[in-house]
Design a protein around this ligand. Structure first.
Ligand code: ASP
Length: 346
């Protein structure tokens, strides 16, 4: 049910949706919010109120990171009581990381925070940006008959799918279906109606207070295994001063080489106090470290299972947990739990 007295805050950070082509070079460059509004006149026909706060300098999402995530959380916190929902426009390249980070930074959310963008700039006739933006705005104000938001989560809406943000991955650099949520079902599908699946959506306990978090620690790394990875590469990562967490992207169900040099280096890292989390390189499925010897050995030397967590969610969760000063064992405990629906816990 659309609430026509509702208000949405649109936070424009940049990305293709607001870019224009340089006439000489054809290179896409960011434009300001006025340009975006001019190209989506439909915005003024929506019956609810839309305010906007653009980033002073719109950026390509390759430049998004912890500082920009904090800026977004600050904007949401300062405006939380005034709006029914929030839509964040950003580039698609790092949108799954932003959505994952925001899902941890915005605890007990009771209003929708929907990220969207587009593959084609809004000024292009075939743009996917208009549909994405307009439907994301509608989702941000959609409520049940009791007046509660239908999707009070950090989500990505893209093409026609509403997905839990910390379950998403960018799967295509050109197709309009740029994202998928391969280890968790879609939260809503937009066709002639927007069909929500309330049984899959997280609703905070009534009267719980939303908490806004700003602490992130970037002393983390991602190691993607590949056949032929050298001891020197691995050693140099383990030796990074102050490194606290590693997301180890392994093969299949969480398998890694069984050679002793490999296991010795990883074990050295674990013994130094680094939390090593095992996630799969596969697009879907879960790590099962007891299934093969090649996974069991990792478990025996102290590597944690990331289960079905995406790399994007695992790395931002480590930043969040270490940012809050948790000890190694506390971080390990939390990595086994689901904080914002990012992991399927048995
Ligand atoms: N490079 C762009 C960005 O992520 C791509 C996009 O917007 O989809 O900012």
């Amino acid at each position: 049910m659309l609430d026509y007295n509702a208000s949405v805050l649109l936070i424009y950070t940049g990305g293709t949706i607001g870019m224009t082509e340089d006439a000489e070079t054809g290179v896409l460059k960011s434009f300001d919010f006025g340009y975006l509004k001019e190209h989506v006149p439909e915005l003024s026909r929506l019956k609810f109120n839309i305010d906007n706060i653009p980033f002073e300098r719109p950026i390509d999402s390759s430049d998004m990171g912890p500082e920009e995530w904090k800026k977004i959380v600050r904007i949401i916190e300062e405006n939380y009581d005034r709006y029914d929902g929030f839509v964040i426009l950003q580039g698609t390249d790092t949108m799954a990381y932003s959505a994952s980070a925001l899902s941890f930074m915005l605890e007990s959310l009771n209003k929708p925070v929907i990220l969207t963008g587009s593959q084609l700039p809004i000024g292009k006739i075939r743009t996917d940006g208009k549909e994405n933006l307009i439907t994301a705005l509608e989702i941000a104000v959609d409520k049940n008959p009791a007046g509660r938001a239908l999707a009070p989560e950090v989500c990505i809406f893209f093409q026609n799918l509403l997905m839990r943000g910390n379950r998403t991955t960018k799967i295509n650099a050109a197709n309009f279906k740029a994202f998928n949520s391969l280890n968790y079902p879609i939260l809503a599908e937009a066709g002639t109606y927007i069909r929500y699946k309330p049984e899959l959506i997280r609703y905070p306990p009534e009267h719980s207070r939303t908490k806004f978090h700003y602490l992130l620690d970037t002393n983390v790394a991602i190691i993607k295994l590949f056949p032929g990875i050298s001891p020197a590469t691995l050693k140099s990562i383990i030796a990074i001063p102050n490194l606290k967490g590693i997301v180890l992207e392994t093969y299949g169900a969480g398998n890694a080489p069984s050679e002793s040099w490999f296991l010795d280096i990883i074990e050295e890292g674990v013994k130094k106090g680094i939390v090593v989390v095992n996630v799969t390189q596969c697009a879907s499925g879960s790590v099962e470290m007891n299934r093969y010897q090649a996974g069991k050995t990792l478990k025996d030397i102290g590597v944690l299972s990331g289960y079905d967590t995406t790399t994007e969610a695992a790395v931002t969760k480590l930043m969040f947990l270490f940012g809050h000063g948790l000890s190694k064992s506390q971080v390990e405990e939390q990595m086994k739990a689901s904080l914002a629906g990012e992991t399927t816990v048995d």
